[in-house]
Write a protein that binds this ligand. Structure first.
Ligand code: DGT
Ligand code: CA
Ligand code: ZN
Length: 584
């Protein structure tokens, strides 16, 4: 049982009650409860299990009992009963881009849409277009969303699997028969989405470990189980495999199952050239060959060294030149989380965030950051409660006052007053130059008119990044992983424009975005563009998204010197041309 499961269950109950047309206050109570559970600073699962929730704001008596039942037994009768009232396929519809509970309710009640396949057939027959409040255009949108969903079926966002995966890994490592364990595969290579998760353990009692793995509560379904391998599905549908090997085989097995397949093929080729064969268990002398017998490798680094290579970090193993670089001593020294000194793009309650300026600042100080950029939405993003000129000026003043307080208290920390300014359809910015000049820095992002033709979209963004007040470009392609395609834009042309104007490009660390994509960063850096790692946090806990950003930055071969927020506070003040302190 995790905090996420508790919160998701409450969320799902709210959805189901909404479908049933229940009292909005009751529905809101579940939503607030879900929010409270995900935000609560203490170990909410343990507190619920021990039935000590009373007095926590946002959790009433009814919710308290339900959370206690869920945390102590692993399921909730009320939730199960509620779910049973609806066809199971209906839940697929909630995941479709652009379909809120109200629309799902209409489709279900008026057309009987109760699964993805059912809804697709109804759209194809033109039934959805006839429904009041829908029309031909939204029918088309739904069909697109279904097609996208189908194309991405069975993939999961890295950020969505990280919690459960790390928990399973920790449990595995605690098992008395486990000598060491790692997660291999695409998860270890920090791919932005993964198909399945490959656990690897060293043990002298493989059967015991495999049995244990398949018998744990997280194994909602056992797909297959043999003496050294088990495959299970988590409740989310995510497939997790455990392979058990002997300790002497662990390093080679880890290298093999980390992949990528293309990297492995190239590594095997390199081994062959040197008279060896490399497989999932070991490196051995090629049949009839005369090479010297290799040692038992304790680690991947030793294997790499034996093959004449510097150690290749897992993130780089895509056969994109990393082996050649490792052979020539040319691998980059990759960015690490500890290198970050601050970050720029974050929201507060002033727009669509959940925490105040002060709470965001405290959380950043807690993480050891020296500065935190606030960039709430601008007025055209009305759906996100964007700030108009007056509210933004008030926020700037509030930030200056807080900075004064930090200085008086002797806290070496500064809030940076910024804005995530909408790039309007014609490439102009949502605020005039006067106001932009009052800000410490500016993030410019596209949030509307995303269906422009590629040339128009490119021109729009190129125009915006050329504005002298724009410090960095936010989420360049607007993609939402597994949910919304990037908009049509000529990425090299935008990179070129940023290089010319000295505008940084954001690597948005939100696991739904991870935008700009890792595949572009080597090109961007070669052009002289700097990267800004931004969590785009809408609540204090989301500052942790920086960790995902760092993994993807490493995957993009980024070094400390390529990332602006590795600068310390004085360095950033200099880069932004700001007087020190930030109180005036
Ligand atoms: P995915 O699709 O997100 O699960 O991606 P991976 O890379 O985790 O792929 P997966 O789970 O099929 O296999 C894990 C690793 O095992 C893979 O990265 C490389 C290795 N591997 C699997 N099948 C083959 C193969 O046929 N040839 C080679 N050379 N390596 C393989
Ligand atoms: Ca995998
Ligand atoms: Zn944004």
């Amino acid at each position: 049982m995790t905090r996420e499961t508790l919160a998701e269950t409450l969320e799902e109950i709210a959805l189901l009650l909404e479908l049933k047309g229940e009292n909005p206050f009751k529905i809101r109570a579940y939503r607030t409860g879900a929010e409270t559970v995900s935000q609560y600073p203490g170990d909410i699962v343990a507190i619920a299990r021990e039935d000590k929730l009373s007095g926590i704001k946002g959790i009433g008596d009814a919710l308290r009992q339900k959370l206690h039942e869920l945390a102590s037994t692993g399921s909730l009768g009320f939730h199960e009963k509620l779910k049973a009232e609806f066809p199971p396929g209906l839940f697929e519809l909630f995941d479709l881009q652009g379909l809120g509970p109200k629309k799902v309710k209409a489709l279900y009640e008026q057309l009987g849409a109760d699964s993805l396949a059912g809804l697709k057939a109804l759209c194809e027959a033109g039934e959805v277009a006839k429904l009041p409040g829908f029309g031909a255009k939204s029918q088309e949108k739904i069909l697109e969303a279904i097609a996208f969903r189908e194309a991405n079926a069975d993939r999961f966002r890295l950020g969505d699997v990280a919690g459960p995966v790390e928990e399973i890994l920790a449990a595995l490592r605690q098992h008395p028969d486990c000598l060491r364990a790692e997660v291999a595969g695409s998860y270890r290579r920090a791919k932005e989405t993964v198909h399945d998760v490959d656990f690897l353990a060293a043990t002298s009692r493989p059967e015991s470990l495999v049995d244990w793995f398949a018998g744990q509560p997280w194994a909602a379904r056992v797909i297959a189980k043999g003496p050294t391998k088990a495959s299970v599905n988590l409740a989310s549908g995510l497939q997790c495999d455990l392979r058990a090997v002997g300790n002497a085989e662990f390093a080679c097995a880890l290298a093999y199952f980390t992949g990528s397949k293309e990297h492995n093929v190239a590594m095997r080729g390199r081994a062959l050239e040197r008279g060896y064969t490399l497989n999932e268990y070991r490196l051995s002398v090629r049949e009839g060959g005369e090479a010297t017998e290799p040692p038992v490798f304790e680690s991947e680094a030793e294997l790499h060294r034996f093959l004449g290579l510097d150690y290749i970090a897992p993130e780089l193993r895509e056969n994109a030149g990393e082996i050649e670089a490792a052979a020539g001593g040319d691998l980059p020294r990759l960015l690490e989380l500890e290198n970050l000194r601050g970050t720029f793009h974050n929201h507060t309650v002033a727009s669509d965030g959940r925490n105040t300026l002060e709470e965001m600042a405290e959380a950043a100080i807690e993480l050891g950051l020296q500065y935190l950029g606030i960039a709430d939405h601008s007025k055209s993003s009305f759906q996100a409660n964007g700030l108009d000129e007056e509210r933004l000026r008030a926020q700037i003043a509030e930030i200056r006052a807080l900075n004064r307080r930090f200085r008086e208290e002797g806290t070496k920390f500064r809030l940076l007053a910024g804005s995530e300014v909408d790039i309007l359809k014609d490439g102009s910015l949502d605020f005039d130059d006067g106001l932009l000049g009052e800000l410490d820095y500016v993030v410019a992002s596209v949030h509307n008119a995303m269906t422009l033709p590629e040339a128009a979209m490119t021109e729009r963004i190129v125009h915006a990044v050329g504005h002298p007040r724009v410090t960095m470009l936010g989420h360049l392609t607007g993609r939402l992983l597994l949910e919304r395609e990037p908009y049509a834009v000529d990425i090299p042309a935008v990179i070129e424009a940023c290089a010319e104007s000295g505008t940084a490009i954001e690597l948005n660390c939100n696991p739904w975005r991870l935008d700009l994509d890792w595949r572009w960063w080597r090109h961007a850096v070669a052009k002289g563009v700097k990267c800004a790692l931004n969590p785009d946090a809408h609540r204090t806990s989301q500052l942790d998204y920086l960790a995902f950003g760092v993994r993807l930055a490493r995957k993009g071969w980024l070094r400390r010197e390529d990332v602006v927020n590795t600068l310390d506070l004085a360095g950033v003040e200099e880069w932004l041309g700001l007087p020190p302190g930030g109180c005036e």
